[in-house]
Design a protein around this ligand. Structure first.
Ligand SMILES: NC(=O)c1ccc[n+]([C@@H]2O[C@H](COP(=O)([O-])OP(=O)(O)OC[C@H]3O[C@@H](n4cnc5c(N)ncnc54)[C@H](O)[C@@H]3O)[C@@H](O)[C@H]2O)c1
Length: 260
């Protein structure tokens, strides 16, 4: 896509990956609406990238609709929507329903609302692009993070469905699926799941660079950690072996000394 002059929304852009995306896209000449739940951090990023701050909660359909409308009103277009806001919810099936619900709303419904309010205008003009920040957790699995993993699989499935349904109508949907990225979110979750996440973590600026480069070729899967492609293939072609190795990882992390 042509970035100079493009009208772009980035959600959850007050911190981490969203902030890095806003900087990278602005450096390429895009006009950015910077959303975050936290008004002060949205304002700080907007000021840094010369964009427009728009505080709002992406789990609230009214806020999502207002954000989409603001971009059309202020920029006269909405070319790229980076649905990046999300929540890391650790736990297992024993984790309370409120946490499961919160993961569902933050990681899935936020993107359902985005697509709902983006698609009518995009379908009318025959063009639009959704970059969905999912996670490698939405393609594989992560110890100790059931609500996050399950909801991110649904985010991934939603993006697949949108692409499968609307690709012929000019709608490009892409998923950004990194493993660990050095952001405040990683600081919160890494101690609760795999030390692997921290060991292989990369900087948000690298994630943003890979994502913005991938806008040029429309590929669905954007993998800042290239090894994820290999594990995803193994999951599909040798599912039982892949699951056994994941079980081994879970056991090791639980201190059970797996030899799998
Ligand atoms: N950090 C990682 O290791 C990692 C890896 C893979 C995927 N991700 C995904 O990347 C995305 C960004 O995470 P990050 O690591 O940059 O986290 P982060 O905590 O640094 O930033 C997330 C930002 O989103 C905002 N936010 C949260 N809920 C929101 C809501 N409902 N509406 C609007 N804004 C909201 C927060 O205020 C925060 O500023 C998330 O979807 C996350 O699941 C992160």
């Amino acid at each position: 896509m042509t970035l100079p002059g493009a009208a772009v929304v980035v959600t959850g852009a007050g911190s981490g990956i969203g902030r890095a995306l806003a900087h990278r896209l602005a450096a390429a000449g895009a006009r950015i609406v910077v959303n975050d739940l936290d008004a002060a951090s949205a304002a700080a990023t907007a000021q840094a990238v010369g964009g427009l701050a728009a505080a709002g909660d992406m789990t609230d359909p009214g806020d999502v609709q207002a954000l989409v409308q603001l971009c059309w009103d202020e920029f006269g277009a909405l070319d790229l929507f980076c649905a990046n806001a999300g929540e890391s919810v650790p736990g297992s099936v024993a984790t309370g329903d409120a946490s499961w619900q919160s993961a569902w709303e933050a990681n899935v419904m936020s993107q359902v609302y985005a697509a709902r309010y983006l698609l009518p205008a995009w379908l009318e003009r025959g063009r639009g692009r959704l970059l969905s920040t999912v996670s490698a957790a939405g393609m594989l699995t992560v110890p100790g993070m059931a609500p996050y993993v399950v909801s991110k699989h649904a985010t991934f499935a939603l993006a697949e469905w949108l692409r499968a349904t609307h690709a012929h109508e000019g709608i490009v949907v892409q998923v950004l699926c990194p493993m660990g990225v050095r952001t405040p979110m990683l600081d919160r979750v890494a101690p609760l799941c795999s030390p692997m996440l921290e060991q292989s973590a990369i900087e948000p600026e690298l994630v943003a660079r890979v994502a913005v480069e991938a806008l040029a070729d429309d590929r669905f899967l954007i993998l800042p950690h290239p090894e994820v492609a290999e594990w995803y293939a193994a999951r599909g072609s040798a599912t039982d072996e892949w699951l056994a190795s994941m079980n081994g990882l879970h056991q090791q992390l639980a201190g059970l000394g797996s030899t799998t």
